[in-house]
Write a protein that binds this ligand. Sequence first.
Ligand code: MG
Length: 257
Amino acid sequence: MIELRTPAEIEAMRPAGRFVGSVLVAVKEATSVGTNLLELDEIAHKMIRDAGATSCYIDYHPSFGASPFGKVICTSINDAVLHGLPYDYAIQDGDIVSIDFAASVDGWVSDSAISYVVGNADPEDLRIIESTEKALEAGIAQAVSGNAIGDIAAAIGDVAASYGYGVNMDFGGHGVGREMHGDPHVPNDGRPGRGYRLREGLVIAIEPWFMRGTDEIFTDDDGWTLRSADGSRGAHTEHTVAITADGPVILTDRTGL
Ligand code: MG
């Protein structure tokens, strides 16, 4: 079921968006060569406790997960592209780090993700991160009342194609509200004009993620982490966006945080 939010409800969703953005900023700032993924999870966990927020991940146990997630952030490194379960790993020079984070504040969820390279970057890694950021920007630009989900999807897919990357269609964006995952599904490729018609009050997570080689993934032995089938590296960028009378509003905007 697709739920629409009133302008007052969208205002009430802003603290969650700001909080999620602030955690991503803090986790990124705390990352350097040698940082352990478990330390990054602990930073986010402390911020959740201090803010009185609620993790969307720690008890998360969907049909595709082997067990409750047990951590509060996803840390996907290099060929891990989504749902990376934090483990005892010290980040190495040149790693691509993707952090995905969702939390609830005042009963409203926000969901956002960033990718960055630690230390000396391979230009090809910077390029794939840039492609997901450009795709997110292009998708958000289409998140206006009167457009269709397909307009967002096509804009994202066009950016992937312009960089020469394929698009995996197994996972994409989603409605966001009281729960982390709701309707509609927001695929990362599609045809303009197709699908659900966007309207004011719709709040969605838009989340392009691409891989440098294949568009196929497999699940790691940890039961959660999704890795590229060919070992190629990937990147993931996400914002929670409200469709309003004034256009798209990025609830998880990190500008100035
Ligand atoms: Mg997310």
